[in-house]
Every structure is written in C-alpha cells, then in structure tokens.
Design a protein around this ligand. Structure first.
Ligand SMILES: CC(=O)N[C@H]1[C@@H](OP(=O)(O)OP(=O)(O)OC[C@H]2O[C@@H](n3ccc(=O)[nH]c3=O)[C@H](O)[C@@H]2O)O[C@H](CO)[C@@H](O)[C@@H]1O
Ligand SMILES: C=C(OP(=O)(O)O)C(=O)O
Length: 420
C-alpha cells in the first residue's frame, strides 16, 4: 500500500494537460474484443484501471502494447474464457466484459465487479437488458453466467428503470452483434457513451442516438477496426484540476478540455465567483478572490456529475455562508467528510445531506482515500492546508488520475508517493 504526502499551503501555477477519459477508456478496452482486427487507442490515461484491464485481456490471449498514450490491442487470437475472479474484482468497469463477451461469443462468465465503495451499486438493469436480448443469466457463487440462445441474441426494446451509464454501455456492447434492431429508452447521455458509439460505428456498428435518451442499434455481422480512436478528454479529471486551480491557484491553465462536457460544473464555479477564461479547448483560472457558498445537487448528465461533488467540496469551504451538497446518484458517497473534519473543516452529514460552512484554514492530517473522488477531494484539501497531509490508500487515486504526481509537480506542488 502507498501513501501520498503533501506539504500544503503553496500557491500553484502553470499549466496542466488533461488525459483521456477514464470512463471512456474502461469501456473502450473491453469493447475492443468485438473487433476482428487490431485496435489502436490514443490519449489513453496512465492509470492502474488500464493496467488491470490489460491483464484481463492477456488472460484471454489478447495482446496489448501501451507506449506513451497509445494502446494497441490485438484481439485476433482471442479465446473465450470464464473470468470469475482475479483482476475482474479490481475495478468496476470489468463488468463491460459481460456485454463484450456476450456480443463476441454469445456467452460470458464474469465475476461480480469491484470498484469504489460509494454505497450500493446493483447491476439489475444490465441483467434485464441481457435477458431482453434473449440471454439466460444466472448468478453462481459471485459470478454472472450469461448465455445467448443457440440462434444468437435478438434485438429488443429495453426501457431502463433508471438512467445508468453501465447498463446503457453493456446493452450496446451486446446488441451491436445481435440479430435485428435494439432500442434503449431512458438511456444515459454521458459523453463517454458517445465516445464508445463513435468507436463502434467506425468499426462497422450501426448505433444511432448516442448522447440522447433513445439509442437505436441495428446488429452487424462483422466489426473491424481500421482507424486510430482518440479518446475524449476526461471531464472529471478536468473538473478536479479546475477546482484545485480555484482553491490554490495563482493562475492555472487547464488544457485539453471540452468545456461543453463541464457545463453544469462551470456554472457552479461561476456562481461561486471563480474567474475563468473559457477557450476552445482550455480554461484559464485566475487566482480566486472572495467566493460565495453554493448548493450542489448531483444528477445524470448533463446535470452536475456525482464524480465531481467531492472535488468541489474543498473549494466550497472557501465560500462565505452555508452550503449543501446532495448526491442523488450515490447518497452514501460521503466517506471523505470525516476525513475533512479531521483537517479542521466545518462539515457534517445529516440524512445524506452534506452541510458545510466557510472554513478554509485547514490543517494537514493523516487521512484515508476511501474511494477515487474522495481521494481527489483530500488531495485538494491537502494542498490548501498548512503543514503535511498524508493520504493513505492512494491506490484509489492512482487507479483513475493520469500521471497525477507529475501533473502536480508541473504546477509546483510539493507532493510525493511513499510506501506505507
Ligand atoms: C466506469 C464508469 O463509467 N463509472 C461511472 C458510472 O458508474 P456506473 O455505470 O456503475 O453507474 P450507473 O450510471 O450505472 O449508476 C447510476 C445509478 O443507478 C443505479 N443502478 C445502476 C445500474 C443498475 O443496474 N441498477 C441500479 O440501481 C446505481 O446504483 C446508481 O444509483 O456512472 C456513475 C454515475 O455517473 C459514475 O459515478 C461512475 O464514475
Ligand atoms: C465511481 C467511479 O469509478 P468506478 O465506476 O470505476 O468505480 C469514479 O470514477 O468516480
């Protein structure tokens, strides 16, 4: 286990370049096994989720080669194998192998996924989708056994009971090779879903409506990648650095951003009084003056992302007055709050509502990153605080933040990773 040690209280400046989106990448890598030809992804973030997915691919005789930010995946000699345990448990998105293996081989055995401890994360909608396509699904000893009928999957109309990124993507992965037409209603609209659809369509799939709440898929016989796919910028990583820039920045330029993907988040920063220059693909954040407290309520895209409620929390502590945060997606996603209290923040959770008051004189402390975005929150708080902050379980940050220590050094932060 490793820790991150931060000597806080320094002003940061300079520029930071955002990497490819984790939540696209972790779908695109499993999706690549649907291709009959080698796949090349560019702008791949250097995160441990990617390494774990590469290990899973290697178990299926799929070779990978990651150099810089280019990942080559060769699935031409793939073998269908059960994946009940092992690295599957190390990340959430391993559940995309359910849809991808089902699409490719008509069967999948995949262990129930791991990932962040942010409250209950059922996969009933994924299962409902597979069943609608004709698959038989059973849960045996913590692994999902999914089997298409002898004649293969067939298209279906699927209405998701709630907006789910994972279920939308998993159904797409299975339906692109099904016979006939599938319609997903109440689909998630996240940019990462459009990115996946673009990747698959370039391989010969026929997916229409990605980015709206009705997605129509016409099954295709063959999928073959011929182009390099460049992954979209990570809007959550971008939001994290924007929040950091507003909290401890002395002028920071955040580059490789699609600002439209951050509309709800940027509106909140503006409401707080953060001064920014929003350009085509970068945002410059000026040093903050007096900030106002705000209220945040998370919602599916294009609403305020649940993955950004923790990164904005330390910045909100700089606002005057009382603020609240309500996470409607994961109401129990509050493990970072006791850690912030340890650092001197005036913040509590009452009935799943986070209530915070102006308290920006934080002190360094020993804290734990219970999950990725909670970790990002503590990282920003540590940079704001006086003295030393040590964040344990930093693996939770490293699994999803591209080259984070290098990027922080580039901004002048005093931070290092140490062995526990
Ligand atoms: C790898 C990835 O892309 N992870 C993201 C993805 O997670 P993930 O895809 O797991 O999240 P979902 O969009 O599926 O979850 C949304 C809500 O629906 C519920 N639900 C979901 C599926 C299901 O079958 N049944 C059910 O009840 C969940 O408990 C949650 O309350 O979207 C989340 C919500 O934006 C983000 O926080 C995660 O960063
Ligand atoms: C919850 C997250 O990730 P995952 O779904 O991979 O656990 C996240 O990225 O904030």
């Amino acid at each position: 286990m490793k820790k991150m040690r931060i000597r806080g209280g320094k002003k940061l400046s300079g520029e930071v370049v955002i990497g490819g989106a984790k939540n696209s990448t972790v779908a695109l890598i499993p999706a690549s096994i649907l291709s009959e030809t080698p796949v090349t992804l560019d702008s791949v973030p250097r995160i441990s989720d990617v390494n774990n997915l590469m290990d899973i691919l290697s178990d299926m005789n799929v070779t990978t080669d990651l150099k810089g930010s280019v990942l080559k995946i060769d699935p031409t000699h793939i073998v269908s194998k059960p994946l009940p345990n092992g690295k599957i448990k190390s990340l959430r998105a391993s559940y995309y192998f359910m849809g991808a293996l089902l699409g490719r081989f008509g069967r999948a055995v995949v262990g129930l996924p791991g990932g962040d401890d942010i409250g209950p994360r059922p996969i009933d909608q994924h299962i409902k989708g597979f069943q609608a396509l004709g698959a038989r699904v059973t849960n045996e000893h913590g692994a999902m056994y999914i089997q298409a009928p002898d004649e293969g999957l067939h298209g279906a109309r699927i209405f998701l009971d709630m907006v789910s990124v994972g279920a939308t993507i998993n159904v797409i992965l299975a339906a692109v090779r099904a016979h006939g037409k599938t319609t997903i209603e109440n689909a998630a609209k996240e940019p990462e879903i459009i990115d996946l659809a673009t990747f698959l369509n370039n391989m010969g799939a026929n997916i229409r409506g990605a980015g709206t709440d009705v997605i129509r898929i016409e099954g295709a016989e063959h999928l073959q990648a011929h182009n390099v796919h460049t992954i979209i910028p990570d809007r959550i990583e971008a939001g994290t650095y924007l929040s950091m820039a507003a909290a401890v920045g002395d002028g920071i330029n955040v580059k490789n951003i699609i600002s439209e993907h951050l509309d709800a988040f940027l509106a909140k920063l503006e409401e707080m009084g953060v001064q920014m220059d929003v350009k085509d693909d970068s945002i410059f954040v000026y040093p903050s003056g007096d900030l106002k407290m705000v209220q945040v309520k998370t919602a599916p895209y294009p609403g305020f992302a649940t993955d950004l409620q923790q990164p904005i929390t330390p910045l909100m502590l700089k606002g005057q007055g009382e603020g609240i945060i309500v996470d409607t997606i994961y109401p129990k996603r509050t493990r970072h709050i006791p850690e912030l209290t340890r650092m001197g923040a005036d913040i509590t959770v009452q009935n799943d509502v986070i209530i915070l008051h102006h308290s920006d004189q934080l002190q360094g402390a020993e804290v734990t990153a219970g999950e990725i975005r909670g970790g990002a929150c503590l990282m920003i708080a540590g940079l704001m605080a006086s003295g030393i902050t040590t964040i344990s379980q930093v693996e939770n940050i490293l699994r999803g933040y591209d080259r984070v220590v290098d990027k922080l050094h580039g901004l002048g932060a005093d931070v290092e990773i140490i062995d526990e």
